[in-house]
Ligand binder design. Sequence first.
Ligand SMILES: C[S@@+](CC[C@H](N)C(=O)[O-])C[C@H]1O[C@@H](n2cnc3c(N)ncnc32)[C@H](O)[C@@H]1O
Length: 380
Amino acid sequence: MPQIDLSLKQHSLALEEKIREKIAEESSISFSWFMQMALYQPGLGYYSSGTHKFGEQGDFVTSPELGGLFAKCMAKQFQQVLDQIETPIVLELGAGTGQFCFDCLLELDRLNCLPEKYCILEVSADLQQRQQDKIQGLPKHLQNIVTWIQQPSTEKFNGIIFANEVLDALPVEVFKLEDEQYQQMMVVWDDGFKQSWRSMPEPLKEQIQAKELGLADGYVSEFVPNLSAWLKTITESLQQGVVLFVDYGYERNAYYHPQRNQGTLVCFMQHQANFDYFENVGIQDMTAFVDFTAVAEAGDECGLDIDGYTTQAHFLMSMGIEQLLGDSENNYTEYYRNTTEMKKLVMPNEMGEKFKVIALSKNFDDELLGFSFSNQLHLL
Ligand SMILES: C[S@@+](CC[C@H](N)C(=O)[O-])C[C@H]1O[C@@H](n2cnc3c(N)ncnc32)[C@H](O)[C@@H]1O
């Protein structure tokens, strides 16, 4: 474990106390509730408090934080959609530091295809503040189109819904298959947070059974409960447009592979992975890989078309990431920086294959450019 300074430790103890109060009220809480509090408890959860999180000084680096190439490629994909629909808006979920919004709006402006509005839906008040500070650095005409919303829009709109590394931050239920019965992990307090197991309640059992996983006894993994209900709230008001999710994950066969029998849940602190999710609550990230088949199924239940599924590498190559390097050939320093960034984004041993892009759409029939290099819908 990395060194943890005293103020962080106190922060963690304060959140621990809050979670203990909840457990004391209910005697045990589901893992998803524990994860919800660990990440989003107002003022104390990992994403809801002022800890560093992003970048070299934080716990992890996301694609938009590496430089501008990811946002430039996405903006080109956005352009294809924005150019074809009336009064489009962009809705970004979970905008982190606001870096993607910043770079994307500059590029959309350059491409002459700005949306009417760029809305950010962010659950963390602390991150919303950081995003607002960041957006102040944009030219006034771009600042003016950015707005923050607290709830998914109930007003009908056309456009794009985009989220990078948000699905992996949704709380998961942890399950175990024992004697052919699904057990749900609960969290109790016994001189520290501990796991205990109970028979999976019926509505959750139905969700996991519907996946028809055919797992061996003792298999432990996780799933996002009520994913289609969540997606419905996000996409219900979309009349025409595209939903793009980028994240690390697998299609279902690979996700629930017999050898992945301890699930994908992992914590990050200062760029080191660990599996001690009951330790250092609120000061380390907690995340699970994404089951992209579940995302596609949820999309289908919400009446969306499933248009594309591919690796981040193939998506960015389809959007011409290599040509963006060419722009900087006359400036060696920039060229070197761009090349390093591109390698991180597309190399298979970096983010290129672990990260996938999925596209869902409503009343939008064009083939999306990002999947022209490869579209692996058959894997879902
Ligand atoms: C790993 S960070 C990714 C941030 C940013 N998209 C990036 O790529 O740098 C996850 C983000 O999702 C936000 N988030 C988590 N659950 C959310 C939800 N249900 N709706 C909107 N934002 C959410 C978090 O507060 C945080 O900003």
